[in-house]
Design a protein around this ligand. Structure first.
Ligand code: PAF
Length: 285
């Protein structure tokens, strides 16, 4: 496995693979790598000839009130994990390498960045789309792998690639969960034991809502009320949103008569967690 700090070095290293017609798979990350990331790497490994991982904590996607400085930095461990999981190349650019001067260009996927997490994190998805677009331009992947846990991010990246005619397949990969259902996230380490135990109610509540929907409950307000109550019953929590949306447009639904996704954001102390699940009404796709 090789690591690269500059755009020029990585481009040069990937040229022979590209010329040979190899399929390049890309997993963009911000480091603090965990089982969720390794599942993306495994998926890339299975379907691509070269696997490239980037590790870059992107300043553009953090708001003024969000502490980018407290984002876990575990580079040595991450690189070790990348080697063990069969990555070929890891790109670890500095902020200066990615944003050498005062860049004026931003990629905004209109409308999709506004609901759900976009309400509390203004500008966040513009920062994500901009850095992912830049990373795609650097790596030139044939396929890029994103977790369904960050569902809104996945929908936005997919739409960006489609709208801007990017020649890359966007592959969504299932959320990896702890044995008790909690979605794996780099933020979980910040939960204390009590918060950690209460947070399992998010996945449990989503699972129950999915079960009710599969048995024919189509009324979204009822499903949302159940999920809110179930999460609140577990103890102190600040629920940011519980919504059921169209999985492509992210528009809120009132009745489930089409494919739907239930999305939740909740805070335990200062730790903000998100999760989501598909809702399929019996007999519907
Ligand atoms: O999901 C993440 O880790 C980040 O948002 C991403 C896609 C690497 C962009 O910085």
């Amino acid at each position: 496995m090789r690591t690269y700090e500059t755009i020029a070095q990585l481009r040069q290293a990937l040229n022979p693979a590209r010329r040979a017609g190899h399929r390049i798979g890309f997993v963009p990350t911000m480091g603090a790598l965990h089982e969720g990331h390794w599942s993306l790497v495994s998926q890339a490994r299975r379907s691509c000839d070269e696997v490239v991982v980037s590790i870059f904590v992107n300043p553009l996607q953090f708001g003024p009130g969000e502490d980018m400085g407290s984002y876990p930095q575990t580079l040595e461990r991450d690189l070790d994990g990348c080697a063990r999981h069969g990555c070929d190349r890891v790109f670890t650019p500095s902020p200066r390498q990615m944003y050498p001067d005062h860049t004026l260009t931003r990629v905004a996927v209109r409308r999709l960045g506004e609901p759900l997490c976009g309400q509390a994190r203004k500008g966040h998805f513009e920062g994500v789309a901009t850095v992912v677009c830049k990373l795609f331009n650097v790596v030139g992947p044939d396929a890029a792998f994103f977790g369904e846990k960050d569902f809104q991010q996945l929908v936005i990246i997919r739409r960006m690639a489609h709208d801007l005619n990017m020649p890359v397949e966007i592959v969504g990969c299932p959320t990896v969960r702890e044995p008790d259902g909690l979605a794996v996230s780099s933020r979980n380490v910040h939960l204390d034991a009590d918060q950690r135990s209460r947070a399992t109610s998010i996945a449990a509540a989503l699972g129950e809502a999915a079960e009710f929907a599969s048995h024919g409950q189509r009324e979204v307000p009822q499903l949302i009320a159940h999920v809110r109550e179930r999460i609140a019953q577990a103890g102190p929590v600040q629920i940011e949103y519980v919504e059921v949306v169209d999985p492509e447009t992210l528009e809120a639904l009132e009745v489930i008569d089409q494919p739907a996704r239930m999305c939740v954001a909740a805070k335990y102390g200062s730790v903000r967690l998100i999760d989501n699940m598909p809702l399929d009404v019996a007999g519907e796709a």
